[in-house]
Design a protein around this ligand. Structure first.
Ligand code: FAD
Length: 615
């Protein structure tokens, strides 16, 4: 009974209907029939099957590249089959390996159901007691006095926390220093075309947070099939994302899809009564007797006390991302404990997309070029552990560290993620079609407290100072006016600047040839050089005079963690404050930030007595 999940169903490229096909094709039904040992594929009702995951496998060890499917089978929908065909169903056993029984129903799509499902997920996460995770209690809306919550930041974590809290009846004010997506789009246009950086409305700040003008990859390391991830993805579908994000092995939205989605998200929050204030920056917390009792806000861009306003509330959710360095300083002024954490720094490499397609797909690359849309533009993921004994004497590191590719954007472009004119840092973004001529990815090396200390940076914000140091050096090397310093990979490996012409870059604000091998301390440069040599063994052609390194990539994740209770999500050193998302050190991408916001919303709803779960 119930659902059975069928894994690893391989369909050849020539028989796959294409990346936007949501149904179950004849070719897939044949593979399903093989997996369940059913003799007549054409008798299987397609509506009994739903695609859970689809990925493309072009490993060179395979005879032929394939699309690989995971499919759920709803046994109830097979009941109309002829009784004589039922035997095969009784023979299905979880032990078969390719097949697993799924005891839970799937999350359904409308927002009320999603919220109900959130409750179930939250309950099962926190109330292991008695194994009871039933949806027993209805919402407990306060009709007289609703508790007031201020959520600071409208990135994925702040949006999902606001959604859950508003659904449970809290009086939510969402404060965002940047602008709504419509104005933010114009500000980013002015940056890219006329080099005008709005300090409060840019690639990091504004509606949707850092995730809006981004690559919009929805891959996550927190369990892509988990119910919490699925609930977040379903919510995005509810607000306009295409359904294929629910089953693509590497789901991707792209900026052009994120912008209307965020507008729908905003309208839903407003319908729930959330007061959203754009262009408003939280400058300070109001603290009384060790409890946060509100926030002081300024109109963004203004530092005048005369324009400030004080907002009282019962709790503050801090979802400010990792570029709000002023907020870290402000927290320290209230004696909040911040703990420096490991992160990674490096450079962004860019290749012609055709080169990466050729490396990954060989002759199949021609099909990508044809634009028929079956085969996705190629990406890659590479990583290496540097242990000082990798066989290449030129590059031996005394400290063990990881070097890896990060935030790879096929068909994307390199963008400026600076929030300050004296500093320079970059990242990658793309549009949904991923049709640009370039493929870029960060190549980064892990750094930790010892490295910060080696540059004389100490204390809780040592990691922030470490980032700043290289962002300033990059701004100087680039020659100012947001020009990015670049170097060919071949020159970087030889630690020289040959003067040969540099290949074109997707970065729109200008590039300048520079000695990037001199930007970082030698242990970072050498770790990068050594790993690039190894990556070229895995992806022959990766080292190319057409591959251009751009500096610098420093904001891969938060340089600090704000300790909080695992159960209530409340900050351990400041009551009434709920630090969430990437800036607090609890997420590393769009989906994980959204999931953190969702769980924090539940925990806070429970503390505010808005929700009686089974705890
Ligand atoms: P953020 O998204 O950073 O949001 C924080 C918000 O708080 C911002 O809108 C900011 O304006 C606001 N804020 C800050 N301070 C204040 C204040 N004092 N008052 C009021 N508001 C304030 N991740 C992926 O998973 N996939 C990708 O493809 C991807 N691509 C990326 C591309 C780029 C260019 C960048 C910059 C990041 C990318 N990321 C990607 C990372 C991802 O965007 C972040 O991990 C995610 O957005 C973090 O969510 P968050 O809610 O914790 O914080």
């Amino acid at each position: 009974e119930g659902f059975w999940r069928l894994f690893k169903l391989g369909v050849s490229c020539s028989r796959d209907p294409g990346k936007d096909f949501l149904g179950v094709s004849d070719a897939l039904l044949e593979e399903i029939a093989k997996a369940i040992k059913f003799p007549a594929p054409s008798m299987l009702p397609p509506e009994a099957f739903s695609v859970v995951r689809k990925s493309f496998d072009a490993r060179k060890s395979l005879k032929e590249p394939k699309f690989v499917y995971t499919v759920d089978m709803d046994v109830n929908k097979l009941l109309d089959l002829e009784p004589c065909t039922w035997d095969f169903i009784f023979e299905l056993e979880p032990k078969i390996g390719q097949i697993e029984h799924m005891p839970h129903e799937r999350v359904s799509g409308d927002i009320t159901n999603i919220i109900h499902n959130y409750r179930r997920i939250y309950d099962s996460a926190v109330s292991i007691k008695d194994g009871d995770n039933q949806l027993s209690e209805p919402y407990k809306h306060h009709t007289t006095k609703k508790p007031k919550v201020v959520v600071v930041g409208s990135g994925p974590s702040g949006l999902f926390a606001s959604l859950v809290l508003a659904e449970f009846g809290a009086d939510v004010t969402l404060i965002e220093r940047g602008q709504a997506v419509e104005q933010r789009g114009r500000d980013i246009g002015a940056l890219v075309v006329r080099k005008i950086l709005q300090l409060e409305s840019n690639f990091c700040f504004g509606e949707g947070g850092a995730g809006t003008w981004s690559d919009g990859k929805l891959v996550t390391r927190i369990g892509r099939n988990s119910n919490s991830v699925l609930s977040v993805l379903k919510t995005l579908v509810n607000f306009g994302a295409p359904e294929n994000i629910l089953f693509d092995g590497k789901p991707h939205l792209g900026t052009d899809r994120l912008v209307p989605l965020l507008r729908n998200f905003r309208q839903h929050l407003q319908r729930l009564g959330v007061d959203i204030r754009f262009g408003t920056r939280v400058h300070d917390l109001l603290v009384e007797n060790g409890n946060v009792v509100g926030v002081e806000v300024y109109e963004s861009g203004s530092n005048s006390k005369f324009n400030s306003q004080k907002l009282g509330c019962d709790a503050v959710v801090l979802a400010v991302g990792h570029s709000a360095r002023d907020i870290y300083q402000m927290l320290l002024s209230h004696n909040t404990i911040l703990v420096p954490k490991e992160f990674a720094v490096g450079l962004r490499i860019e290749h012609p997309q055709e080169l990466i397609n050729g490396i990954q797909y060989a002759e199949l690359a021609a099909e990508v070029r044809s634009g028929r849309g079956r085969i996705p533009v190629a990406d890659y993921k590479v990583g290496k552990y540097i242990d000082g004994d990798d066989g290449d004497e030129r590059f031996s590191s005394p400290i063990k560290r990881s070097c890896y590719s990060f935030c790879m954007c096929p068909g994307g472009q390199v963008v400026l993620t600076t929030t300050n004119t004296a500093e320079l840092c970059i990242n990658g973004m793309s549009f949904s079609r991923r049709a640009s001529r370039w493929a870029n990815a960060a190549l980064v090396v892990t750094v930790s407290s010892k490295d910060f200390e080696s540059l004389n940076f100490h204390g809780p914000l040592a990691g922030v100072e470490f980032q700043r140091e290289f962002e300033r050096r990059a701004a100087t090397l680039g020659g100012g006016n947001f020009q990015v310093p670049v170097q060919t990979v071949t020159d970087f490996l030889e630690s020289k600047l040959s003067g040969a012409s540099i290949p074109p870059s997707s970065y729109r604000l200008g590039v300048k040839a520079a000695s990037l091998h001199e930007l970082f301390p030698s242990y970072i440069t050498e770790a990068l050089q050594s790993s690039i040599l190894m990556f070229d063994k895995e992806l022959p052609g990766f080292i190319s005079s057409n591959a251009l390194l751009h500096g610098v990539e420093t904001r891969t994740s938060s340089p600090v963690k704000i300790p909080r209770s695992t159960e209530t999500y409340e900050c351990t050193s400041l009551k009434g404050l709920y630090p969430i998302g990437e800036g607090a050190g609890y997420a590393g991408g769009i989906v994980s930030a959204a999931v953190d916001g969702m769980y924090a919303g539940f925990a806070l709803a429970k503390s505010l007595d808005l929700y009686q779960g089974s705890m």
